[in-house]
Design a protein around this ligand. Structure first.
Ligand code: 4AD
Ligand code: MG
Length: 430
């Protein structure tokens, strides 16, 4: 009977066949241990010389890394392995022999691994990160569906620039100019006026010349938008959502977190509510911590964000940033015109900003004024102005960067390992 590694627990004591690849092996004169992987998981297969036909043992001893094969054997419980089961082999059938697989169990440099990303994905570590990414996506749909949100897909090819014009990927759209989407937000605002509470999940693009552990050129964003929600209402959704995905990963990815040696006690603390600090107080806190370089009105860099985050053991909202360092669409503070009703959510442990969000301007004249002040072409934003022209309501939304969130929850240092095929400043291969 053909089963997957994830299903072997239902077949203890029975003979089964697994289609797999050889991840690694070790052998002596009497016994061979094959580390098998089939995509659903990893299992150790044991070949005992005295129990099998001579050719089976010889095959086991000579199989090369990443050879594909069918392995038949009896499933046994094994308390020593983290997975809990192993396979006592009776026969092996090679499907395709893999010769000179480039990624060996020794250490390779990052650039070499990145050049072989299509193969690197097969490793245990990358497998664990991808499974955690998948769990975050699954829990995202579950959370928003449970809470009455409708999934809406904004376009990728657009004529507008929600997050400023300097980081756009330009392309021709027949005779017109177009850009790859930086954010679906403006379209999600229109969708919220049609459907109330909406969320999107899709790729976004930033032609940012940043080469840091937090920056990708192409990344995936989850963007909820909610009609009749004010700033504070949105923060509550954000903390519940982030706590929900962390708890889902803890519940459903314990093998993967273990494989990545993630300190899960830190994740267990991630429950709502999250602390909030205003931008003003964050500046004061930084001055107290000796960051004399930063002045009110400047944006935070990675070291500032990390210093603020280190003050807490949960993600922290930094709220009410200066108007002049934020995009045109943010609602002004009711009593101050120098700050806006916004928040960035900073992850613990140095992973930086994972969410940017705000209440949106809903006054037509103010919105028009802000578009002009930001030197954006009014004609490209006519449709967007219709949102505040016809039955405008207070509304709020946010964007969560998936890869930074995966990096934090998995505990991997760099976002390049959190997306199957990363697009980086100097890399579009493979
Ligand atoms: O803060 P950002 O630029 O906000 C927006 O795009 C809003 N329009 C979202 C909204 O309100 N609907 O980006 C949101 C998040 C960041 O907090 C970060 O997690 C991620 O997207 N992000 C990046 N992730 C990887 N590489 C990059 N270059 C990123 N730029 C932003
Ligand atoms: Mg931001």
């Amino acid at each position: 009977m053909k089963v997957t590694i994830s299903e072997v627990n239902q077949h203890v004591g029975k003979e089964i066949t697994i289609g797999a690849w050889l991840a690694n092996k070790r052998s002596s004169g009497k016994i061979a241990f094959l580390q098998l992987r089939d995509g659903t998981g990893f299992i150790q297969a044991v070949v005992v010389k005295s129990d099998v036909a001579e050719d089976v043992f010889q095959t086991a001893k000579s199989i090369t890394q990443e050879t594909s094969l069918f392995v038949t054997g009896e499933v046994q419980e094994d308390s020593r392995s983290p997975f809990g089961y192993e396979l006592l082999v009776t026969s092996i059938k090679i499907i395709h022999e893999s010769v000179d697989y480039p990624i060996t169990p020794k250490n390779h440099g990052t650039e070499f691994l990145m050049d072989h990303r299509h193969l690197w994905l097969r490793s245990r570590r990358q497998h664990a990160v991808m499974k955690i990414r998948n769990e975050i996506i699954r829990a995202t749909y579950e959370f928003f569906n449970k809470n009455g949100f409708v999934k809406v897909d904004p376009p990728i090819l657009t004529g507008s620039a929600p997050e400023g014009t300097t980081e756009l990927f330009h392309t021709k759209y027949f005779d017109e100019d177009a850009y790859l989407s930086q954010s679906g937000q403006l379209y999600m605002e229109a969708a919220a006026m049609a459907l109330g509470k909406v969320f999107s999940f899709g790729p976004t693009f930033r032609a940012e010349k940043s080469k840091t552990r937090r920056h990708l050129i192409e990344f995936w964003m989850i963007e909820p938008e909610m009609a009749f929600y004010e700033h504070e209402d949105s923060l509550e959704v954000q903390e519940q959502y982030v706590a929900y995905i962390v708890q889902s990963v803890l519940k459903n990815c314990s093998l993967e977190l273990n494989r990545l040696e993630r300190d899960t006690s830190k994740l267990e603390k991630i429950v709502a509510p999250f602390p909030r600090i205003t931008y003003d107080d964050a500046i004061k806190l930084l001055h107290e911590k000796g960051f004399d370089d930063i002045q009110w009105g400047e944006d935070f860099g990675a070291p500032h964000e990390t210093a603020i985050a280190d003050h807490y053991d949960k993600p922290v909202f930094i709220t009410h940033y200066p108007t002049k360092i934020k995009p045109f669409y943010m609602q002004p503070h009711p009593d101050r015109d120098d700050v806006v009703l916004c928040a960035d959510l900073i992850a613990p442990e140095g992973y930086g900003e994972i969410i940017g969000g705000s209440e949106r301007i809903h006054d037509f004249e103010l919105m028009k004024k802000r578009i002009v002040e930001h030197q954006l072409p009014l004609d490209a934003y006519e449709w967007y102005l219709d949102i505040s022209r016809y039955g405008s309501v207070p509304h709020s939304g946010f964007g969560l960067g998936l890869e930074r969130t995966v990096a934090w929850i998995s505990g991997v240092e760099h976002v390049r390992e959190t997306i199957p095929f990363p697009r980086l400043l100097n890399r579009i291969y493979p």
